[in-house]
Write a protein that binds this ligand. Structure first.
Ligand SMILES: O=C(CO)COP(=O)(O)O
Ligand SMILES: O=C[C@H](O)COP(=O)(O)O
Ligand SMILES: [Zn+2]
Ligand SMILES: [Zn+2]
Length: 313
């Protein structure tokens, strides 16, 4: 069998662009999450991006994350897998990841002004490309509740299409995360869900054949929210981006769809249920196995119904 090493995201995003689907980029923090995602990718015959945030690196340790992904990838050699840094906040973190075996890094300079964002992104691109690593950058700001990446909702600024072109030309970044209405976390909309397709279409036209990335793209699956609450959780009023809206974006220029919150909800719901239903159990393998299965089921659903990448390898 052809052995697929850990790869960059360039080829998989290019294929996704042509095929009018997206690749799911799933956040990983521990072994069970890595295993659940990889089992799902294997069952659905799809490439997959496993991404680690700075928080994930702090929690698990960068070397653990890289080793876990490499071990999982070796078990499914037919699946193209990329190891990606999610929201790198500075050149140094991106460099550490590039030196440590990541095949793709995101430098998120969206909190800086345009020129500073360009300057640091360019610095990351130069180092990354010299080491065979691809770079995702971000322009525009997402509103969100996540600690390490949150900005005030009122500060949220959607991506300007003309600036996006200038940004890509001047930095040489390989993909661009844009702000068109999504946000991080479980509380995305207080009113009706909204995605600025007109803006996305304009950006897609101005940057032909160029992969766009959508962050904050969890659907906040209500089944898991309900289960979390049924088994003692307090997750009230959580709302995400509807599946059909993401499907539509994936047929446009969006080639990478980031999902973390739905993993957290699926895992927590399953672990809560297992602990409540079996109070006599104190073997972590029993409840973590349930968490892993829930992640697998959820990711299979995403690959098939949301990003649309099943049977694409
Ligand atoms: O964008 C994300 C990771 O970079 C995750 O977004 P969610 O919070 O919607 O899962
Ligand atoms: O975009 C943010 C991701 O959900 C990662 O979150 P984190 O920084 O808490 O790991
Ligand atoms: Zn950002
Ligand atoms: Zn993000």
């Amino acid at each position: 069998m052809f052995i697929m090493p850990i790869v960059g995201t360039k080829e998989m995003l290019k294929k996704a662009y042509i095929g009018k689907y997206a690749i799911g980029a799933f956040n990983v923090n521990n072994m069970e999450i890595v295993q659940g995602i990889m089992e799902a990718a294997h069952e659905k015959k799809s490439a997959v991006i496993l991404q680690a945030s700075e928080g994930a690196r702090q929690y698990a340790g960068q070397d653990y994350i890289v080793s876990l992904i490499k071990t999982a990838s070796a078990q499914y050699p037919e699946i193209p897998v990329a190891i990606h840094l999610d929201h790198g906040s500075c050149f140094e973190v991106c460099k550490e990841c590039i030196d440590g075996g990541f095949t793709s890094v995101m430098y998120d300079g969206s909190r800086h002004d345009f020129e500073k964002n360009i300057k640091i992104t360019k610095q990351v691109v130069e180092y990354a490309h010299a080491h065979g690593v691809v770079v995702e950058a971000e322009l525009g700001r997402l509103a969100g509740v996540e600690d390490l990446v949150s900005v005030d909702a009122k500060d949220a600024i959607f991506t300007d299409p003309d600036q996006a072109v200038e940004f890509v030309e001047r930095t040489g970044c390989d993909s661009l995360a844009i702000a068109i209405g999504t946000s991080h976390g479980a509380y995305k909309y207080s009113g009706e869900p909204y995605l600025d397709y007109e803006r996305l279409e304009k950006i897609g036209k101005l940057l032909p054949d160029y992969p766009i990335v959508l962050h904050g793209a969890s659907t906040v699956i209500q089944h898991y929210v309900k289960k979390c609450n049924e088994y003692g959780g307090k997750v009230n009023g959580a709302k995400g981006v509807p599946e059909e809206m993401l499907r539509k974006a994936a047929t446009m220029a969006v080639c990478k769809i980031n999902i973390d919150t739905d993993i957290r909800l699926a895992m927590t719901a399953a672990v809560r249920q297992a602990l409540i239903e079996h109070p006599e159990n104190f073997d972590p393998r029993k409840y973590l196995k349930e968490g892993r299965n829930a992640v697998k089921e959820m990711v299979m659903h995403k690959i098939e119904k949301v990003v649309g990448s099943s049977n694409s390898i």
